[in-house]
Design a protein around this ligand. Structure first.
Ligand SMILES: [Zn+2]
Length: 332
């Protein structure tokens, strides 16, 4: 199994100017990787973006950009929605997500971050340095697992604003990105007392579209977790999963163990929220373990294996990994 965290990056590369004057934490799936403490123990490789989604959005196609943003792009293919195949849209037609393709013109809260269009050279440099290495790393890790187990599972891990509604959303491109067995295992592990939806309202983005190829033994889905379950969304104080270990933790104790992001007033989870967080971490852990166990289950593995094993690439050198990845979390 491979777990991908494309939207946790908070860094802006020094070489790119100007640096947007925005809160990078509010433009990230802030700290969502903390919900997967059991990943390494279960044998999963984690790939974590280092750079902000405002540099390139890793869950968008490399050509998901309009001529308004990159006027000299030779072949832009803006998508109506992330993860959809490029369609016959004219390249300069306004789409439903103004300026929110692979490079964003405005940050969360509609703050403009590009005051002029990018040249194709500037745009391509961003893709080459920050977008491509992430996909290459995922491909190498997945190929390695297909070689060993006959199949691989990719969880593309995100978080969503609490206002979206459901607690968790499993996106499978309407059942096309993974086998039904994988989807059912994930959904079954996550349910508990949570409101868990499948493909509603998120079907999965570009990561799942690229790597969800069940016929080749590659099973991918996107998991969205409501931020209201693990942080105070107003202050962005993330509640420590340590709080979750003890369902009896009082709000006062929780305050002490919250992660202090700035000098503001900390608001830990209420006891009820603490119980929700405890269950969330337990459910995500159970999902990771149950999916990892498929590797040891001969009958299941045979059903998940691809009909033809795809290309097997060699491991990337640190240079090939590019600057957009944390080598620390890259575990083959
Ligand atoms: Zn995300």
């Amino acid at each position: 199994m491979v777990i991908s965290f494309p939207h946790v990056g908070l860094t802006w590369p020094a070489r790119l100017r100007p640096k947007p004057q925005v809160d990078f934490c509010r433009n990230a799936d802030y700290e969502v990787h903390r919900l997967y403490p059991a990943a390494s123990a279960a044998g999963a490789a984690c790939v974590q973006a280092v750079y902000s989604r405002l540099v390139v959005d890793l869950n968008r196609a490399a050509d998901d950009v309009s001529l308004r943003l990159v006027p000299d792009h030779p072949a832009p293919r803006p998508r109506r929605t992330p993860g959809s195949p490029a369609d016959a849209l004219a390249p300069d037609v306004p789409i439903g997500r103004p300026g929110r393709g692979v490079v964003w013109a405005s940050a969360v809260g509609n703050v403009r971050i590009l005051d002029r269009p990018l040249s194709y050279a500037q745009f391509s440099e961003r893709i080459r340095r920050y977008h491509r290495p992430y996909y290459r790393a995922l491909q190498v890790l997945l190929d390695r697992r297909v070689r060993r187990f006959g199949f691989a599972i990719l969880v593309d891990a995100h978080s969503m604003p609490g206002t979206v509604g459901p607690d968790l959303v499993v996106g499978t491109l309407d059942g096309h990105s993974c086998s039904d067995l994988v989807a059912r295992r994930a959904l079954g592990a996550l349910r508990g007392s949570f409101d868990v939806r499948r493909d509603d309202p998120y079907r999965g983005g570009e990561v799942v579209r690229v790597f969800g190829r069940p016929e080749e033994g590659l099973h991918a889905f996107q998991l969205e977790v409501s931020r209201g379950l693990y942080m105070d969304e107003t202050t962005l104080h993330v509640w420590s999963p340590a709080v979750a270990d003890d369902p009896g933790t009082s709000a006062a104790e929780a305050r002490d163990t919250s992660i202090r992001r700035d000098g503001g007033v900390l608001r830990g989870p209420t006891p009820r929220q603490g119980r929700g967080l405890a269950e969330l971490v337990a459910r995500v852990t159970s999902m990771v373990e149950r999916l990892a166990a498929l590797g040891e289950d001969t009958a299941a593995a045979a059903g998940l294996a691809g009909r033809s094993v795809g290309s097997v690439a060699s491991p990337p050198s640190p240079r090939e990994m590019g600057p957009g990845l944390s080598n620390e979390t890259y575990k083959g």
